[in-house]
Design a protein around this ligand. Sequence first.
Ligand SMILES: *[C@@H]1O[C@H](CO)[C@@H](O)[C@H](O)[C@H]1NC(C)=O
Length: 453
Amino acid sequence: MIEFNKECLMDILKNQDYHFYMVIPLIFIGLYALYIKKFKYYNPIEKQEWDDRRSNVKRGNPPPSYPNGWFRVCHKNELQIGQSKFFKLNGRHITVFRGEDGIPYALHAYCSHMGANLGIGGKVKWNSCIECPFHGWSFDGKSGKCVNSEHLDEKQCTHHTYHDIKKMTKGSDNRYIKTCESGSPSQIQKFHVRQQNNLIYVWFHAKNVDPYYEPFEINEIPYLEDRGETADYVNCQIQEIPENGADFKHFEYVHYAWIEILFPWIKFKWVPKDRKPTDKDFDEVMRTHPNKKVQAFSNKLFDKYTNEQNKTHINNLVLDAYLVFFDKFEFYIQTATVFQLGSGTVFLFLKFPLWEAVVVQSVTPVGKFNQLVHHKMYTSWWLPYWVSAYLLAGFRKQFISDKIVWNNKIFADKLTYNPKAVFDERLLNWREWYSQYYEGCDEFEKNQEAFDW
Ligand SMILES: *[C@@H]1O[C@H](CO)[C@@H](O)[C@H](O)[C@H]1NC(C)=O
């Protein structure tokens, strides 16, 4: 504790010169300190209750539950050097650990020897390896191979098929245990991992195809600061959540702001546009914003985050927000440039007149009809903390309005679409785009049934 010297302060206050020069900056420093300490918005997931019975109950006629793509696993601070953790997500059981080299690795959760869980009590060693807590077998996070020493020489094992009684008849030696593949190296599945924007992502593909798009690196946007995160469980199929962005019509019914309730003569108006970078009329629709500064901001993002090879993995939206008074006078507030990236992430870049913000939405299936959804906020560092906390809380409030619908709906595969209504057409178009992430997932899910525990 710093002793507060009253007399000294009184001296300063009495002296008119000091009064002016000293007290005002002190007030600002005090306020700023308050922002730093108090106003980051988090809602810890541990405190949330959800009805587990709902998370495996089939809802309508949905696509597969576990699409291919990058999925958020945890915040980088939740995985310190030498730490290992167990995660059940997107239909897999994995262990994620941070090697002594500081790099995060992900492997199939179970040891190839006796099936012990590496993520629970596994010990990190030899830079990039994890040691099984049961009998000390070690696996290299870089390859998934079982290794013998710090030189990472491969362990040669005799494979046994244990107790697969159903498939076996007794051998000639009167035993049920069968020996096979003598001399081959022992290995478990390795997953690709990225640490980007303070988050750790793991790549899943039903056919184990290597990553074909990348989570965005937004640290290159200058002056952004990490300003908190929200977490919520939602009981629905994963697609329903990103699909919401392309479903323009629901804005009118589900989303409203407190200001509209307090002052019925004020309305929020959203003007949405959406195109995929592969669409022929992309430039015509998405690069013709009346405000030049806003357009330059969006253009920079379009150019940076998409190229010929990876543009099929993006769907872009541009949302202009206006305040409308008496249904007549419109005032422009801000524009959101949105990148739906692959199956599990959405990046919203917000340009306000005096500052910028990015909201990253990550959706991770933890059960078939149970999604863990995070919204992470980054803003320009000079934005007061209470403003960013207020914005993120407001963002979550809008999300909760959607969640009530999602939690209680079924996945309608044969909606009574009206193909002449432009909004329904966009929705169909969006569903077609997203379907690229289901390659091989049906088969995967059928084989994986036993893993849903
Ligand atoms: C496409 O590649 C560029 C690098 O060339 C990268 O910055 C961008 O994030 C990538 N986008 C996708 C969708 O993977």
